[in-house]
Design a protein around this ligand. Structure first.
Ligand SMILES: [Zn+2]
Ligand SMILES: [Zn+2]
Length: 218
């Protein structure tokens, strides 16, 4: 059983987008299509992916500006049309509904959400793709609906903007909570195996042990 993991930064703020693909069925999950939709769809096409889920760690605009285009590509594919739910935790819906305002905060042209969220992620829900399952871990703090995604077989964690290599997500934007983010990381992420590999929402990859022992916030 093989798994392909492709992570690459996408515009405009270098959010790490990931395509997870079961190499025997080509079923795939797209995590945080924050921009550069053409690049994402090109990779999906190249590997004949059958996308099962389009999921978001949270609803900051830099993690979902490519959602509409990727979703359209998946649903209208001439040979492999798929109904891939566009998923987000319900507590971040207020942010998703104000994508244009969020763009303005960062001095970018306002882009409203062009598609709706049609699946609400729940804590400990598992998202199947091919022979694999991705687990949802609700980790509020950076935003109320922030989630991390965990692949138990590979001890691989996608931590969104909750945990970074040597840092944590900012909590000064609407809905942020500096006490809650520390609690989420301590109780839900630092309890994972020390060897767990971490793919954050921005920047370098790390490991749980590394962050437990050297992250200045702990
Ligand atoms: Zn964020
Ligand atoms: Zn971000």
């Amino acid at each position: 059983m093989n798994l392909s993991v492709q992570t690459f930064p996408v515009a405009p703020l270098g959010c790490n987008c990931t395509i997870l693909r079961c190499a025997s069925t080509q079923e795939a999950i797209v995590i945080d299509p924050g921009g550069d939709a053409e690049r994402i769809t090109r990779l999906l096409e190249q590997d004949s992916c059958r996308v099962r889920w389009i999921i978001h760690t949270h609803a900051h605009f830099d993690h979902c500006l490519g959602t509409a285009r990727v979703s359209e590509f998946v649903e209208n594919h001439p040979e492999r049309p798929m109904q891939a739910p566009r998923a987000l935790h319900r507590d971040d819906l207020f942010l998703y509904d104000m994508l244009d305002t969020q763009c303005r905060w960062f001095g970018l042209p306002p882009t409203p959400a062009e598609v709706s969220i049609n699946h609400f992620l729940r804590d400990e829900e598992t998202l199947p793709f091919g022979h694999w399952h991705l687990q949802v871990i609700h980790t509020p703090g950076h935003t109320p609906g922030s989630c991390c995604f965990y692949l138990p077989e590979n001890e691989l964690l996608f931590s969104g903007d909750t945990l970074f290599a040597g840092g944590i997500g900012r909590t000064d934007l609407p809905g942020g909570d500096s006490g809650l983010i520390l609690q989420s990381i301590r109780n839900r992420l630092f309890t994972l195996d020390d060897g767990t590999a971490v793919v954050p929402g921005h920047g370098d990859f790390t490991r749980i042990y590394e962050e437990k022992t050297t992250n200045p916030f702990f």
